[in-house]
Design a protein around this ligand. Structure first.
Ligand code: NAD
Length: 317
């Protein structure tokens, strides 16, 4: 993700790449050389202690996010942090609480919100009754770090937050209750590898999520979104680039095409926000809620009952 963010930032005149860090020195060196960073290090403190740096990106393996976020908040810098915020909702909550101690701009990297066809879907049906998000990969290799319980948490924790954030963003309401069915169906690492869940939102809308690595389905691709509202119905396929809209009571289907342009847009919006321009971007709170939704869906499956998602007293928003 460091490479993808650096590629995006290179195209944004207001951003200048300055210091890069990776614990793996060889990776740091090749990354630094490729993007012409002035300083290359394997010690994150060099970034946090550098007064010339305005903003830091936390795009390391998920197990390292909380410790790096703590240091980043202390440094007073603006922060973009990759999803999922942490390995558990408890750690994501700590990240949210830390974020409340600073006035800096802090963004959770939910790139899908910025895809042009997600924006189009949101414009066409701004208040859907029902939304369905599907993120299904081919099986992840067992030696992939994100598939380790203590490093990435597995597919559902790692990718599921993109799905829960999309549901919440498209429906435009806070999630209330979830009923989930989740399991370790096939991964030798023992992680929860697949989840199906239904969320009830405060405005009464329903959101369905299917996430996992049981094998990408023909026709729909890894990512699919469906929305139904009073304006009609949308199906968005081909990695969220191909949108079909059937207006209510009409037979004609209108097709829109877009690009996988979320990473560039999220970087542009982050830099805009730092530069003092008004912009809407996913906050750390959004990262926390997305993670709580996944964790509660998994708990619901274990307890075989619907579970309440947010503790409103703890998180007045
Ligand atoms: N937004 C998205 O669509 C998306 C997609 C993939 C991954 N991600 C997220 O991005 C993050 C990185 O994933 P990736 O696929 O780029 O992984 P990666 O393995 O390609 O890179 C992660 C790097 O972090 C380094 N690292 C680990 N701990 C560190 C620390 N304490 N300080 C400095 N460097 C450290 C590792 O050496 C490694 O080179 C993860 O949180 C992942 O969930 C997001």
């Amino acid at each position: 993700m460091g490479v993808l963010h650096a590629e995006a930032l290179q195209k944004i005149p207001a951003a200048k790449l300055s210091v890069c860090c990776d614990l793996n020195e060889n990776k740091a060196l090749s990354f630094g050389e490729r993007f012409h960073f002035r300083t290359v290090t394997s010690n994150p403190a060099e970034i946090f202690n550098d007064p010339k740096i305005d903003a830091v990106y936390i795009a390391s393996t998920t197990d390292s996010h909380l410790a790096l976020f703590r240091q980043a908040v202390k440094s007073g810098k603006h922060i973009l942090i990759e999803k999922p915020l942490a390995l558990s909702a408890e750690d994501a909550d700590e990240i949210y609480q830390l974020s409340q101690q600073s006035q800096s701009i802090m963004m959770t990297a939910f790139k899908f919100r910025f895809y042009s066809m997600i924006q189009q879907a949101h414009r066409l049906i701004p208040d859907p009754f029902m939304a369905s998000v599907h993120i299904i990969d081919d099986p992840w290799p067992p030696d992939f770090w994100a598939n380790q319980p203590n490093k990435g948490g597995g597919n559902v924790i790692s990718q599921g937050v993109h799905g829960t954030d999309l549901l919440r963003y498209l429906i435009g309401s806070e999630p209330e209750l979830v009923y989930g069915v989740a399991n370790n169906y096939h991964q030798p690492t023992g992680v929860i590898d697949n989840l199906a869940a239904t969320f009830r939102f405060k405005n009464g809308s329903a959101g369905n999520l299917m996430v996992g690595d049981c094998g990408t389905a023909p026709l729909v691709s890894k990512f699919m979104v469906q929305l139904t509202g009073k304006q009609g119905t949308i199906t968005l396929v081909d990695r969220l680039t191909d949108l079909y809209f059937k207006p209510m009571f009409e037979k004609e289907i209108i097709r829109f095409r877009g690009e996988e342009d979320g990473i560039f847009q999220e970087n542009k919006i982050f830099i805009d926000a730092i530069s003092g321009n008004e912009s809407h971007y996913p906050k750390i709170w959004d990262g926390y809620v997305a993670q709580a939704m996944i964790e509660k869906a998994i708990r619901s499956s274990k307890e075989r009952q619907a579970i309440q998602i947010l503790d409103c007293h703890k998180h007045p928003n």
